[in-house]
Ligand binder design. Sequence first.
Ligand code: 13P
Length: 350
Amino acid sequence: GNCILAVGETRVAALRIARTPDALVAPWSSGQDATLSRSNQGFDSPGGQPIKAFNREVEEYKMLVSATEMLKKAKAGHYAVGQFNINDLEWTKAVLTAAEELRSPVILGVSEGAGKYMAGYRTVVGMVNGMIKEMDISVPVALHLDHGSYEGCLKCIDAGFSSVMFDGSHYPIEENIEKTTELVKLCHGKGLSIEAEVGSIGGEEDGVVGMGECADPQECKMIADLGVDFLAAGIGNIHGKYPANWKGLSFETLAAVQELTGELPLVLHGGTGIPDDMIKKAIDLGVSKINVNTECQLVFAEATRKYIEAGKDLEGKGYDPRKLLKPGADAIVEKVKEKMILFGSDGKAE
Ligand code: 13P
């Protein structure tokens, strides 16, 4: 049916940019500061008529980048780049704000469930590209599918993500190898980076529950040799909060994986709640990407609860979502900055 969306002046800029035509998103470059000129000719509508709204002056686009370069640099420089999972517009804006303020490269993680929640992968691509432009984000940003299924990877490649993770850890190793091989070829052909997983990482993520296994280093080597750009190996880590009786990370497994995979950046999932000294030791042993999700959710929920419990939503226009969601968004900015400093990625954007 017909529908009129009313948008305040401050929101118009973000919406205008959000419908990025495919032609601008598809030809990936793996360069750190890839830019693409867009001409002022119209983009054809399905009916063949130029869509007037898309006619505009020549503009320079700072695009998403694959995560390959930033993680190679991290491995060589003995620090890690954070993957912060995004859940909505506020989340995305908060993570980008933190990265820009600290001059840190950043990876925005999107689970399949979060992608669905945000109205699909194309919506996410449009939103992130729009923010990079409108917020003048000048640090390298990768948009990465987290724990993707085979079909999910295909959709994200098509939608304009710059990186994907194929989580084939639940398949027999032969099938994991077969599917990973195919996706590596596809991703590299389009300039995307690809992460693979060996050894199921525990906890619950979008309904998938793993047991926190330790990966077999030989299997890691087999998957690494397929040409993936970075590898997640289970080392006793789990998603979400760690139970009180958690035994900690298996540094023996990590050292054995690192020994066999050499220069390949390794990924530590389940970053929430791992003590700082274990994070630092993991980085020393070759971890170059650390995923954080739950910790941002916890600080967001806590700050929002405080706001409501203090009755702020009942004062004046405190119910306005721009006010109601602000304490939570600010808390994410602070948490992400804290993690970037812990991981050592601050100041590494140049
Ligand atoms: P946490 O939710 O435990 O921080 O884990 C995030 C993660 O690993 C996403 O893949």
